[in-house]
Write a new protein. Structure first.
Length: 434
């Protein structure tokens, strides 16, 4: 009797284990929860033709000296052929999406037996390859640059119909403003951390059926190529600990979404490469008390006051207007970008010493130096105002050829409007080069 009872218990035990295993597998196989409209914010790839080529510049590392020839133009010499080289490259771009910047508190028992609460900020995100790429040949087919330039292909052309990216290397930087001991604002920066146990707890909170890869797990994952908006993509989470609880204005910069960059030469001849980075802006109305109840809002606060508009520009490091230099290539009908120089517009009174000098017929020294770096030597006293505070023209020598260079004052994200600011494009997110 006792043996029969044990057999019955054993059989029922097997049945229960099979049921539990099946139920567990059913849970694992469940699809992730769908999102309500607007919850997942998607930032589609934005490829600018300008991302695929540099401005004409001397070949880095080559010390070519100018000299006069007897039987050929200077442009045919080594110096002439290496001073206005355009570096081309193929560009790929990934799609980024996020659920927003959030907070979580987790309790941990330490070796001394005390239970302590640790506070984390985190950003759940999705990466997808939607096939956005551009070949340098496509840019050449357009009239974005002069056909007479020496063309150097840096990257191989991507395969037809697809990009060449296979991995996403997560690199997130959280920056925010806090008040220091003197009551003045200062900026603090945090890099995302490798915290796998925290990532698992965040996954349980967000959706147990949607795998959130931590910082190092993401390195081993292939970025999926998707063909429709319903494709799930690859999910991960960026985590920060010990973030100052008094942060109010903050931004998250995401590196590695594209291989686009800008390459420039300094006055000293050094080559500077600035990567294209996605900057997401947030604000947090709250304090250090019960932090998780203070929701971090996506975007920037809506303000009407001119003083607050200027404050927004400062707190989110919005790039100011530039003075861009162009040479018009009459042979091919192209306007060739030569230099991009910060106009150094003051947010205190919107003044710019560079504009004042140009309007008075003088070329600022830093503008002249920036042109010399790209092989353009301005003629002294040749500044002509076309549109006050807007456009000027100068005479210059470019590899032995007399040319006219246009200087244009061009805003990027904002411009002055009365005593305040008018934003000319979205500032909830922006693509910057650094």
């Amino acid at each position: 009797m006792n043996c029969s009872y044990q057999r019955i218990v054993f059989v029922f035990g097997l049945i229960w284990l099979a049921f539990a295993a099946g139920n567990s597998m059913a849970q694992i196989a469940r699809d992730p929860r769908p999102f309500a409209p607007g919850v997942l914010k998607v930032f589609p790839p934005i490829i600018d033709a300008r991302d695929s080529f540099t401005v004409p510049m001397p070949v880095p590392g080559l010390d070519a000296r100018p000299y006069d020839t007897n039987f050929a133009p200077r442009a045919f010499t080594v110096f002439g052929q290496t001073q206005e080289v355009v570096f081309f490259r193929d560009v790929w771009h990934l799609e980024f999406a996020t659920l927003g910047l959030r907070q979580i508190e987790l309790a941990y028992r330490y070796p001394d037996g005390e239970v302590r609460t640790r506070h984390f900020w985190y950003l759940p995100y999705r990466i997808r390859d939607v096939g956005r790429s551009v070949s340098y040949r496509e840019v050449l087919d357009e009239s974005a640059v002069a056909k007479t330039r020496k063309e150097i292909q840096i990257d191989e052309e991507p395969e037809a119909g697809g990009s060449r990216i296979d991995r996403f290397y997560p690199d997130f930087q959280l920056s925010g403003w806090v008040f220091d001991e003197r009551g003045e604002r200062q900026v603090v920066h945090y890099r995302d951390q490798y915290l796998p146990d925290v990532a698992r707890e965040i996954q349980k909170l967000e959706d147990p059926n949607r795998r959130l890869h931590d910082k190092f797990e993401m390195l081993d994952q292939s970025v999926p190529r998707v063909d429709s908006d319903s494709d799930e993509g690859l999910w991960g989470v960026a985590i920060w600990e010990n973030v100052d609880p008094n942060i109010d204005f903050c931004s998250v910069k995401i590196f590695g979404l594209t291989n686009a960059y800008r390459m420039d030469r300094t006055v000293g001849g050094d080559v500077v490469i600035r990567r294209k980075v996605l900057q997401l802006n947030f604000y947090r109305p709250g304090d250090s008390v019960r932090q998780t109840r203070d929701k971090v809002q996506y975007g920037v606060p809506l303000v009407v006051s001119p003083a607050e508009q200027i404050e927004v520009c400062r707190r989110y490091f919005l790039p100011g207007p530039r003075i861009n230099a162009y040479w018009y290539d009459a042979k091919h009908g192209n306007e060739i970008p030569l230099a991009e120089i910060d106009a150094e517009v003051s947010l205190d009174d919107f003044s710019s010493p560079a504009l004042a000098e140009l309007n008075s017929g003088r070329l600022p020294e830093h503008l002249a130096a920036a042109l010399v770096v790209v092989g353009v030597h301005p003629v002294d006293g040749s500044v002509k105002t076309v549109v006050p505070n807007g456009m000027w023209q100068i005479d210059a020598d470019k590899v032995g050829e007399s040319v006219k260079i246009d200087l244009k004052f061009q805003p990027q994200f904002w411009e002055q409007k009365g005593k305040g600011i008018r934003f000319i494009r979205t500032i909830d997110y922006l693509w910057v080069y650094q």
